[in-house]
Design a protein around this ligand. Structure first.
Ligand code: AGP
Length: 575
């Protein structure tokens, strides 16, 4: 069970894995470098009633077996796994060294079992020792801890997610995300920030880390099924989730008018609306700047969430922050939310994972209904985010029915476009450019953020150095990078800026580039043309999909794992 649970969480970090389990009054440990996906589930006998496990995305210390979790104290009586960063670990470690503690790894996490050991000397109670230790950490964390002499599992969180799975009459699961136990139960209890939980498998107790005060947690049924998260007939989650867009875009549009109008009115009444997100979700926010400008003639500001805290100077209670996130657990986004809340501003969110920290910390949330997204490279979540943001801009313009009509037509066109012949066409194109180490993408208007998103997709799964530019910026520097045969993709629609992007393509061609046009109409400039439907203001949604398929094909043909690219994790829970 624990091994399978960890396998289901592997998309969140796959540098190394490890388990600690209680057997015959002692702690057994196993930890290895690499992915757990190949490990045989029978590693642990079924009568292991207390097990903790971890898949690592390295932050402090290289990818070594010593740095893999679980980490133990010297006499191996306490084992800990941790998601997050203990920012004051050096200070804590120096203190502990002065008390004679020895450290084996380069990690911040290893201070935790040693700190618990120290606290146990005064508390004499394991759960209380964990509470005391947590009160000394600075930073974001989720911790699971076990002790040889205690039959309890103790867990605590501040910042990083922790969810309890309740399997009536069988026991409890505690994990960073629901896929870890979805096969066994869909009844969950969410820990909020600054809370801890103690369980012996029969009973469970939630409390506040700072005060020790008991907390009561509602049991919630989650809607997603384990099957929905599976690859099904597809070889990889990434291509499965790209093909899911045949239905997921329509599901994103399927929002109640009342909910959309609530967000549109909040924007209308706000004195300054800010959009924030990271990576791909950030590109959706950037495209929304164009949606609100073109459709609703309304100005909104996009800022990468990791830069938002510097904006506190001009936030006020009448300001509005809209955050966009697939996982709902991205640390930089949660920080941006707390910066806005500290200024009394309202925070709305557009998320995929229902019940996530961002969802629960928002004043109001719109869900994009994309279903579970497991591949690290975000695909169907992006088109869901774009659809909801475009819908809100139409609502703001008082044209919601028109917006819904356009997006449902776009969803139908995307459904037709995503067929095996289309994928084959992109597979052939990938064949032609797979050896190139540099690739550039240009776009104007909402196709500019999609050019930036195209670069992320190609970078993160194929490791080709891809870069996106606003078409007009080329001649101010980047065009110096173009050599004979350099692949360049031009994203365009059928609108007022099309002539500009075509002349930018001519400039690239003049420098010997291999120009690939992605848009509604072919042109003699292009060496290759990838047809997408003409869907007007929703063009960004259609244009990014062939790029997702191209990135996938490039990854496959360059022998890379498209689902778990190196150095990345699906949900970035550290700043
Ligand atoms: C996208 O393919 C990347 N995995 C990454 O940029 C991602 O979009 C970013 O980390 C934001 O994640 P979120 O949507 O879960 O907040």
């Amino acid at each position: 069970m624990a091994v399978d649970g960890l396998k289901s969480l592997e998309y969140r970090g796959y540098d190394s894995w490890g388990l600690a389990w209680k057997e015959g009054g002692k702690l057994s440990i196993k930890k290895e470098i690499g992915k757990i996906s190949g490990v045989d589930g029978s590693l642990l006998s079924d009568d292991c009633h207390l097990t903790i496990g971890h898949t690592r995305w390295a932050t402090h210390g290289g990818v070594t077996q010593l740095n893999a979790h679980p980490h133990l104290n010297e006499d191996k009586t306490i084992a800990v796994v941790h998601n997050g960063i203990v920012e004051n670990y050096q200070e804590l470690r120096d203190d502990l060294k002065k008390k004679g503690h020895m450290f084996l790894s380069e990690t911040d996490t290893e201070v935790i079992p040693h700190l618990i050991e120290e606290e146990l000397k005064t508390t004499g109670d394991f759960a209380h020792a964990v509470r005391k230790a947590c009160q000394r950490f600075k930073g974001r964390y989720a911790v699971l801890a076990v002790h040889t002499t205690s039959d309890t599992l103790v867990a605590a969180r501040t910042g990083s997610p922790l969810i309890v799975g309740v399997e009536k009459g069988s026991g409890y699961y505690i994990a960073s995300d629901t896929p870890a136990f979805m096969k066994h139960t869909r009844t969950v209890q969410y820990l909020d920030d600054g809370e801890m939980v103690v369980t012996d498998g029969k009973s469970i107790l939630f409390s506040d880390i700072a005060t020790g005060e008991e907390r009561h947690k509602r049991e919630i049924e989650i809607s997603w099924t384990a099957e929905a998260a599976d690859k099904g007939v597809f070889e990889h989650y990434m291509i499965k989730e790209i093909m899911d867009q045949k239905e997921s875009v329509a599901r994103a549009v399927n929002q109640s008018d009342e909910e959309i109008m609530t967000v549109a009115n909040a924007i209308k009444n706000a004195k300054g609306t800010f959009l924030a997100g990271c990576g791909t979700a950030g590109k959706a926010c950037m495209a929304a700047e164009y949606f609100f400008s073109v459709v609703a003639e309304h100005h909104v500001n996009f800022t990468p969430a990791s830069e938002f805290k510097l904006y506190h100077h001009f936030l006020k209670p009448e300001s509005l922050l809209i955050v966009v996130s697939q996982s709902g657990e991205t640390a930089d986004v949660l920080e941006a939310m707390s910066v806005a809340k500290a200024k009394g501003a309202k925070v709305l969110s557009i998320v995929n994972v229902v019940g996530s920290s961002i969802d629960r910390a928002s004043d109001y949330t719109l869900h994009i209904n994309a279903g579970p997204e497991r591949a690290v490279a975000s695909t169907k979540a992006l088109t869901g985010q774009l659809a909801v943001l475009l819908l809100v801009s139409y609502a703001l313009a008082g044209k919601l029915p028109e917006g819904k009509k356009l997006l449902l037509e776009t969803a139908a066109q995307i459904n037709d476009m995503l067929n095996p012949r289309y994928v084959e066409r992109l597979r052939k194109l990938a064949e032609r450019i797979k050896e190139r180490e540099d690739l550039y993408i240009i776009g104007k208007s909402w196709n500019y953020p999609m050019a930036l998103e195209s670069a992320i997709k190609i970078q993160e799964v194929s490791y080709i150095h891809a870069e996106g530019f606003a078409g007009g910026e080329l001649k101010h520097g980047p065009i110096a990078l173009i050599e004979e045969g350099t692949p360049c993709i031009a994203l365009f629609g059928n609108d007022e800026v099309t002539p500009d992007i075509l002349s930018n393509s001519v400039q690239l061609k003049a420098r010997g580039a291999f120009v690939i046009g992605v848009g509604p109409e072919n042109n003699e400039i292009f060496d290759e043309w990838i047809r997408v439907p003409d869907v007007g203001n929703a063009q960004a949604l259609a244009n990014i999909i062939p790029i997702q398929v191209l990135a996938y094909e490039l990854a496959i043909q360059r022998g890379k794992d498209p689902d778990m690219p190196r150095n990345l994790a699906k949900s970035v829970t550290v700043k």
